[in-house]
Design a protein around this ligand. Structure first.
Ligand SMILES: [Zn+2]
Length: 553
């Protein structure tokens, strides 16, 4: 019988970049293609994506891309994988509406086949039979996947929490999951994002009392910042604003677009006449308006940052405003958010954070949710996915300690690049590949080669030295002095004639070379580079990038 392989390309041991290959025999599907936001970004790179070149070896096996939901860390790299492998894409109506937005940015909307599916639809792709199971999360129209293969069924949870009372849509569909549990599940790939958190994750409705209280006590303008994709939260604000006689103005490109898409698809229930534009909002009294804005993470291009530091289209933060930060701090954004809060205070705003009031709930399963899900699916093997290693580890420990039948043998921790293999005898990590991330230039949306990042790093640490040497074409002798210039190089003591010494060293090195060596321009350039590199290291102990140019006249 063929083997079944689980091949994670991203999202394991890190936040974001979720992407998983699942292969049976010579057929392979990919689940999600997310982007990541590297924490260490000193080299002008804000976005990373999985290394899709790795899939080249499987080109003829690839059959489809399945999307669990529309968050950026699950669909953000869609265009980049589809540029390399034009696969048909399956996802919910709402997920694919968000996906279309991304494809449109890359002008590839008309080149991609999008299949819209609903909860409990079952599709067959070669040996794979996939049922889409409705999952509750902070976004809407999300799926867990039941992927049945000749070797057994894999449940991929996507992102989820067990929300019994979501604001929009139904609770998590445990009934369908139980059907698979009863029939036997080979492996469960489970979201670990909140595996360190005890208890149950509160329902999306849990924020309502705090918001009602704030609205009832506030006389000034209310500004709510949240993730643009938190549709449940948006619905809560629409409802409460209506209840307290306030109209809602949505600001920030991504949030406006998401509201538009969700409204078009009938997923948001916007009370009659409550959505107003920026112009109309200005004519309302302070106690008649709520602004729903982007920028809860301190992003400097978002609406809230602009309002806090000056104006957003003429609208600024004023004394008496109440700003509610209805989002969690994504690790790495602490400083940016702290700066944002400083600006808001400076302008006299009152700030309400999730630390002080229940104005945000997580979209991910806490330990008790994980227990409910695992006991319903009763998988033979459990594989923690989605999260930093600490979270995957705690997911494993929690399940081992709190659910009967799980041990070190059947809770398997994997890494990006591993090939986890199943056959009739069991499961094992059969191989590991080192996967370098790919990086994206945010301006051009183009991929940046890893070598470019490495070069930027070298420039950042060592600076650059440029050497220009002019050579007589006939005599192969140097004309004039070597020209040496520096950019961002530390420790150079110009007073001690470093430049002269370096120049003298180059002249001597050239004098010692044969005419043929000098005639070979590429080789000559490289030799000069090595001479200068050694000299710089010996004299000042740094490793700048050295660029040599030879001009022949
Ligand atoms: Zn998500």
């Amino acid at each position: 019988m063929n083997k079944l392989e689980i091949i994670p390309l991203g999202g394991i041991g890190e936040f974001g970049m979720n992407c998983m290959g699942i292969r049976y025999g010579d057929e392979m599907i990919v689940v999600d293609a997310g982007m990541g936001f590297p924490e260490e970004t000193p080299y002008g790179v804000d976005i990373s994506i999985p290394n899709f070149d790795f899939l080249e070896a499987y080109r003829s096996d690839l059959t489809a891309l399945i999307l669990t939901h529309g968050h950026e860390d699950h669909i953000g790299a869609l265009s980049y994988i589809l540029k390399k492998f034009n696969l048909p894409v399956y996802g919910s109506h709402f997920t694919l509406a968000l996906a279309e937005k991304r494809l449109d940015e890359h002008r590839m909307l008309d080149q991609v086949l999008l299949h819209r599916v609903k909860a409990n639809d079952i599709i067959e792709i070669g040996s794979f039979k996939i049922e889409f199971i409705h999952a509750s999360h902070s976004l809407i129209e999300c799926f867990s996947l039941a992927i049945t293969t000749p070797l057994g069924t894999i449940i991929h949870t996507g992102d989820y929490k067990i929300d019994d009372t979501p604001v929009i849509g139904k609770p998590y569909d445990l009934k369908t999951l139980a059907k698979y549990g009863d029939a036997g599940v080979l492996a469960l790939l489970g979201d670990s994002t909140n595996a360190t958190v005890e208890g149950r994750t509160p329902s999306e409705r849990a924020v309502i009392p705090a918001f009602e209280e704030i609205f009832s006590q506030t006389e000034g303008r209310i500004i709510v910042a949240s993730f643009s994709s938190s549709l449940h939260r948006l619905q809560v604000i629409f409802n409460i604003a209506h209840e307290f006689g306030r109209k809602v103005c949505v600001l920030g490109r991504s949030m406006m677009k998401n509201v538009e898409i969700a409204d078009e698809q009938g997923l948001l229930n916007i009370p009659y006449n409550s959505l107003v534009g920026l112009g109309e909002s200005r004519s309302l009294e302070d106690d008649q308006i709520v602004y729903m804005v982007t920028g809860s993470q301190g992003e400097t291009r978002a609406a809230l940052w602009n309002m806090a530091t000056g104006t957003y289209k003429g609208l600024g933060i004023e004394k008496g405003d109440t700003v509610i930060l209805s989002a969690r701090i994504i690790p790495g954004n602490e400083k940016a958010i702290s700066r944002l809060i400083g600006h808001l205070y400076k302008h006299g705003a009152n700030i309400i954070e999730e630390k002080r009031r229940l104005v945000h709930v997580s979209g991910h399963a806490s330990q008790e949710d994980i227990k409910i899900l695992t006991e319903t699916a009763r998988p033979k093997y459990l594989i923690p996915i989605h999260g930093e290693y600490r979270m995957l580890f705690r997911h494993k420990e929690y399940v081992k300690n709190h659910i009967a039948g799980y041990t070190d043998e059947n809770v398997i921790l994997i890494e990006n690049g591993d090939i986890l293999e199943f056959d009739e005898f069991g499961a094992r990590i059969a191989a590991h590949n080192n996967l370098e991330k790919s990086f994206i230039d945010e301006e051009s949306l183009a991929e940046i080669e890893y070598d470019v990042i490495r070069e930027r790093k070298k420039l950042a640490y060592g600076g650059a030295i440029s050497l220009v040497v002019t050579i007589d074409k006939k005599t192969r002798e140097i004309i004039g002095e070597p020209q040496i210039s520096y950019q961002g190089v530390a420790n150079i003591d110009f007073a001690n004639g470093f430049t002269n010494e370096a120049g003298q060293m180059i002249i001597e090195a050239i004098a010692a070379m044969k005419k043929e060596e000098i005639a070979d321009q590429k080789g000559f350039q490289e030799k000069l580079r090595i001479h200068l590199k050694r000299f710089v290291q010996k004299e000042i102990g740094t490793k700048p990038v050295i660029v040599t140019t030879v001009v022949e006249i």
